[in-house]
Design a protein. Structure first.
Length: 269
């Protein structure tokens, strides 16, 4: 357990987290410069399995593809109104070894970016990758449970997640959390493998969504329905309570890759 005496101070964006944030370097020197929202690491095994912990290196080698995610993010940013020249507050969920982080650092050199993951093994690997490229000026590495986005409302201009939602027990909590912590006109973009080759995952999501016992509020259920049903190409923006939701996919994505949909939530109008 990481004791409360390691709680950090004077990092503005992390001050917006509604709870203690800890210096991981005081617990394990190899994680110097990384932070955590957890005071008990036993929580981790309740949410992730060995693929992301003791087998993290193998996982990273199999799925790391910076160029592909750079292409995805570049195309997504063309569809939302966001000024890359400003000092924005960006949260990346499920950062892993950096598939989404390095493109974000490239496209938002003036912004503050939080790279987050629940796995300390993946967070450490991401730290190593960042250290090798000396990219420390605007990146914060945070151990964070994506189902517990306990930040103050209106904290972030942009939230991203590459292939994370389908790993979560309750992705609806993550979507709802995004609605809450996005700033006015903010956006959330998720990339998920929901094309024809992953119809089992689609079926599981549809079963959960249609279960009357599943307590999901209306706007989150609508988003999940449209995400799973996002096989339609280039759908128009969907609106719910001032929050725009749109999907996009291209034939290139379907033909060459396993991430067919780009889903974007725009923040409060």
């Amino acid at each position: 357990m990481i004791e409360g005496k390691f709680m950090i101070e004077n990092i503005e964006i992390l001050d917006r987290y509604l709870g203690p944030v800890y210096r991981l370097g005081d617990w394990d020197k190899k994680l110097e410069g990384c932070f955590s929202t957890l005071n008990d690491q036993s929580e981790v095994i309740n949410f992730i399995h060995d693929q992301f912990t003791k087998n993290a290196d193998k996982y990273a080698k199999m799925y790391t593809n910076y160029d592909y995610f750079d292409w995805l993010i570049k195309n997504s940013l063309m569809k939302i109104k966001i000024n890359k020249e400003l000092n924005l507050q960006i949260l990346d969920l499920g950062s892993g070894s950096g598939n989404t982080i390095f493109p974000l650092l490239k496209h938002f050199p003036l912004s503050t970016i939080i790279g987050s993951d629940l796995s300390l093994d993946l967070l450490y690997r991401l730290k190593q990758n960042i250290d090798e490229l000396s990219l420390k000026s605007n990146i914060i590495l945070l151990q964070l449970n994506a189902e517990k986005l306990n930040f103050l409302d209106d904290s972030f201009d942009l939230i991203t997640g590459g292939a994370i939602l389908h790993h979560l027990f309750h992705p609806e909590k993550t979507i709802e959390g995004c609605f809450n912590i996005l700033k006015k006109d903010g956006s959330a973009i998720f990339y998920e493998p929901f094309e024809e080759g992953n119809m089992i995952l689609c079926y599981i999501y549809e079963t959960i969504i249609n279960d009357d016992k599943c307590e999901i509020n209306r706007r989150t259920k609508e988003f999940l329905k449209q995400m799973v049903g996002g096989i339609v190409t280039n759908t128009k923006a969907r609106n719910y309570m001032g929050r725009r939701v749109y999907f996009d996919k291209t034939s290139k994505e379907i033909r060459y890759n396993d991430f067919s949909n780009c889903k974007s939530l725009n923040g409060k109008e």
